[in-house]
Design a binder for this molecule. Structure first.
Ligand SMILES: C[S@@+](CC[C@H](N)C(=O)[O-])C[C@H]1O[C@@H](n2cnc3c(N)ncnc32)[C@H](O)[C@@H]1O
Length: 213
């Protein structure tokens, strides 16, 4: 087990922190370790605080982890990267789903994986469609899009806590909200992304793995 030095603990205490990321990082990592064998270049969309990236990159050393987000979050992501650097972890690229292309980096010409956590219920539905369009267009054959978050099934919430969460989201922003799995699968299909695996995750979340066909 890795014990943090007092320096690390001190810097950690000043970083923007998401408790949800702390709770879900291990279960997500287990899925990524299984799904990303042989993959070499991940683009993360909506890196948020950057906490996921500093945990995943040093535990997936066979690949490069490229973070991205809207500019507002770059200070946080860079602060986490400064405290927990890793050779295969890359500073955030500016990316907004209003843009017409995925962000390019100079590490490798293209991404074989896109990962995004807790974003589809935050962004508007047109931006959900845009994400699948851009990712479907950019991934090579058999490239993967891996999505983590809550989803409704058969027109229903999968838990009372998800229903409460959805109500809070919509009160804050009527364009946000938990998406229906069936709608996601349909928009994915339109962009040549087929569901290859689905994982039940703690706290009524899921991981959906899509593969470009
Ligand atoms: C709830 S946070 C999730 C952050 C992190 N992935 C996590 O799991 O904690 C939603 C993320 O979506 C990003 N986001 C919101 N609107 C966006 C847009 N138009 N384009 C790209 N990312 C966006 C936010 O900046 C934020 O990082």
């Amino acid at each position: 087990m890795h014990h943090k030095s007092s320096d690390e603990q001190e810097s950690h205490a000043t970083l923007p922190f998401s408790q949800a990321c702390e709770n879900n990082k291990d279960p997500i990592l287990s899925v990524l370790q299984k799904e990303l064998q042989g993959h070499v270049h991940v683009l993360e969309i909506g890196s948020g605080t950057g906490q996921h990236s500093v945990y995943f990159a040093p535990r997936l050393t066979h690949l490069q982890w490229q973070t991205s987000d809207v500019s507002n979050n770059h200070t946080a992501i860079k602060a986490w990267h400064a405290s927990y650097p890793a050779q295969n972890l890359h500073a955030p690229l500016r990316f907004d789903l209003a843009y017409d292309m995925l962000p390019a980096n100079d590490v490798q010409p293209s991404y074989d994986t896109v990962f995004t956590a807790n974003t589809l219920h935050i962004i508007s539905w047109p931006f959900v469609e845009k994400l699948f369009e851009l990712v479907g267009g950019a991934l090579p054959l058999r490239g993967k899009l891996i999505v983590y978050g809550p989803f409704n099934e058969n027109g229903h919430y999968t838990s009372a806590s998800n229903q409460q969460f959805d109500n809070r989201l919509r009160q804050r922003d009527p364009k946000s909200g938990i998406r229906h799995l069936e709608d996601i699968l349909e928009v994915a299909r339109q962009h040549r992304l087929t569901l290859s695996e689905r994982y039940a995750m703690p706290a009524n979340n899921q991981i959906l793995v899509f593969q470009k066909v």
